[in-house]
Design a protein around this ligand. Sequence first.
Ligand SMILES: Cc1ncc(COP(=O)(O)O)c(C=O)c1O
Length: 376
Amino acid sequence: VAIGSRAGADPVPFQLGVPAFDEFPARIWERLERARWRAGGMQLGEGDPAGDPALRVAIAEYVVSARGARCSFDQVIVTSGTQQSLDLAARLLLDPGDAAWIEDPAYPGAVATLRASGADIVPVPVDADGLDVAAGERRRPRARMAYVTPSHQFPLGVVMSASRRLALLAWARDANAWIFEDDYDSEFRYGGRPLPCLQGLDAESAPAGSTRVLYAGTFNKTLAHGLRVGYLIVPDQLADPLRAARVATTGQPPALHQGALADFIGEGHYARHLRRLRGIYEERQRALLEGADEVLSGRLTLEPDGAGLHLVGRLAGGADDVAVAKAARRAGVEVYPLSSFAVDAAAAPEPGLLLGYAPFDRIAIRRGLRRLRGVL
Ligand SMILES: Cc1ncc(COP(=O)(O)O)c(C=O)c1O
């Protein structure tokens, strides 16, 4: 499943991984970049390998206030996004053959990155409370890493319960394992206060110098996925090694983008942008739910979701979701078979489809649904 990879400037309904391009604050961005150019040639140099210090300060303040994280700016490493954050973490922390738990079903990009690092992937089922920690312990108690999406499990949308979070932290401390927290959708929560991130819970309860959580956030979903800026917040003891790993492997995103982004956050535009997008995306989710109700007449059952940029629709038992998705693509609609997100093919979830809604207005949603009705 290649999420977002085929997205040009004009995404096809119901493509995933694509934000609302037309809401990108282009005018403000242009002004901030111009001001950076005028200020001098700083953006032509490479700077600190961990990223622009001003941006790292802005990120640290944001995750502390918005996500309940506990960190200082020197724990922040700017990356090109979550994919690179996981790649760096896996290269540094895993040796070939080390076991790594991954949620099942999971984000395919995470599976691919862990596989590429030579890890021995251990699929761990997800239930209504999130990753089933006890099942992971039965399968591979001494794994070196666990990849999780606790705020909004991808693709199912489950929020990891407080007791599971505590169980996962207890396991990681006991097994000396790392937890990679992918907080990919946390900015888009519609009503209700989100649970603070796992990183904050870990830092609050672990003795100094023994935290286990690496936290990944991204601007590629909140601003534009072509921007390629994200961040990794690492335990103190990993800050220097990760900085060295960054020097030895990849460079950082362009200094110009980092500087403009630091100003964008610092001047309050980011908070305003998120507030506006939340309203737009919530409305689009409602349009998709209402439209599906009217247009699809029960052929696909969509459940509302309190967060995120996609919905999961259930097909009748026994349906072949891969065949439906292929036929849909021929009809000009992009939907994603739930079964294809299974890590262990023998434990595939019930047939279903993922529908992204972020870049589509009410009219595009209706058009997509009518095409999908023909396919179903
Ligand atoms: C669950 C999840 N994690 C990570 C990513 C990738 O984020 P980035 O574009 O910052 O690499 C995505 C992108 O769609 C995602 O769905």
